[in-house]
Design a protein around this ligand. Structure first.
Ligand code: MRU
Length: 359
């Protein structure tokens, strides 16, 4: 395992890291969780493309960081190739990673930084070994910035969690979706580390069950009390008054304040509004897309088999017609605040997000 770990809080679960000895990116294959903790390492960008498309690596910050580390590790691997071929290979790999998943902004944020690093370095450097060093250093900066963002989001978010609160979360916005502690789950972790007596309700998150498989696994490893519900129980637990607040992550937050997150988030936000429950979104600024309005965002549609099969078992009539949106859109007026590493942003989001980014 990577020895570089922040001392401030213990890391009990990790999704991705860079192995300095192997000079490879390593990840936990989240498809095998919670039953098997399979570690995969590679310096082949094609392998990382497959891992992102198949969702061995998933979660917005994690796929961005993984893509950057894949480029950095590959640059080191091919550093002995002639300059033209080196540049061509790196550009081709960036393009392939760019096309893996369309919705999470962090992927494009990280790959744009890698591309820029290459272009800017080429102005003064033509030694492929030095270029490779620049690329791996940029990838590691993206990784470490995400770790720091997790910590700050956790600290700001924890302040919004009262003692004895029950927090509902959706999907997995935890360590298994980021470089360290998560976003929504970082807030929960740090509230817990600070001694707050809290409980979590995790939705199972159909179709691929990130809540049941990943969030439950991650929280139980920490010893944080967690109760699993099916997605369609959200309204009932809110009506029963056993939810004090909701915290979810985000794949993209647009400049007009719309939140794109795992399918089902919108229904949770609507139910929260109706029941006067605060609905918080935790996201690093690498998730903020200040260039697009919501109608310009591509919402990923995935393989119909994810709906037809549960853990490999066909649960419906084989030829039924399927729609499988991976994400949905939550309107800004349903969001109480967005917790970023630069502070908690309250409405009006269009104005206050721009302020937080200094744009
Ligand atoms: O399809 P996934 O599992 O990649 O979707 C992940 C989510 O929707 C998460 O909630 C989001 O990326 C935030 S992760 C900190």
């Amino acid at each position: 395992m990577n020895t570089l770990q922040p001392a401030k809080y213990p890391v009990k679960v990790k999704a991705i890291w860079y192995d300095e000895t192997l000079r490879q990116i390593c990840w936990i294959n989240t498809l095998k969780l919670p039953h098997e903790e399979e570690v995969v390492c590679s310096n082949d960008p094609e392998r990382v493309v497959k891992a992102i498309v198949d969702m061995e690596i998933r979660g917005a910050p994690a796929i961005g960081v993984a893509a950057a580390l894949a480029i950095g590790a590959y640059a080191l691997k091919i550093a002995n190739t002639p300059l033209e071929a080196f540049i061509d290979e790196i550009k081709k790999s960036i393009n392939k990673l760019w096309r893996t998943r369309p919705t999470a902004h962090n992927l494009f944020y990280a790959l744009s930084r890698m591309n820029k690093t290459l272009d800017e370095s080429l102005r003064s450097i033509n030694d492929t070994y030095k270029l490779a060093e620049k690329l791996i250093n940029e990838a590691l900066s993206i990784y470490w910035e995400d770790v720091q963002a997790n910590i700050k989001i956790g600290e700001y978010g924890a302040e919004l969690i009262p003692d004895k609160a029950t927090i509902l979360t959706h999907c997995n916005a935890g360590a298994l979706a980021t470089s360290a502690y998560g976003t929504a789950l970082a807030a929960i972790r740090i509230a817990w580390y600070n001694g707050k007596n809290i409980r979590v309700i995790a939705t199972e998150t159909r179709p691929v069950l990130q809540g049941a498989r990943l969030t439950v696994y991650e929280l139980m490893k920490e010893g944080i009390p967690v109760t699993l519900i099916t997605d369609n129980m959200v309204g009932m637990v809110m009506r029963k008054k056993i939810v004090d607040l909701v915290i979810v992550g985000a794949d993209r937050v647009t400049k007009d304040g719309y939140v794109v997150n795992k399918i089902g988030t919108y229904m949770i936000a609507l139910a929260a509004k109706r029941n006067n429950i605060p609905f918080y979104v935790a996201a690093p600024t690498s998730t903020l897309d200040m260039d697009r309005t919501i109608d310009q965002v591509v919402i990923e549609e995935r393989n119909p088999d994810e709906v037809k099969y549960v853990l490999g078992k066909l649960i419906t009539v084989k030829d039924v017609s399927i729609v499988n949106y991976a994400f949905d859109i939550t309107d800004p007026d349903l969001v109480s605040a967005i917790i970023t590493e630069k502070g908690v942003v309250y409405p009006p989001f269009q104005l206050n997000l721009a302020k937080v980014l200094g744009t």
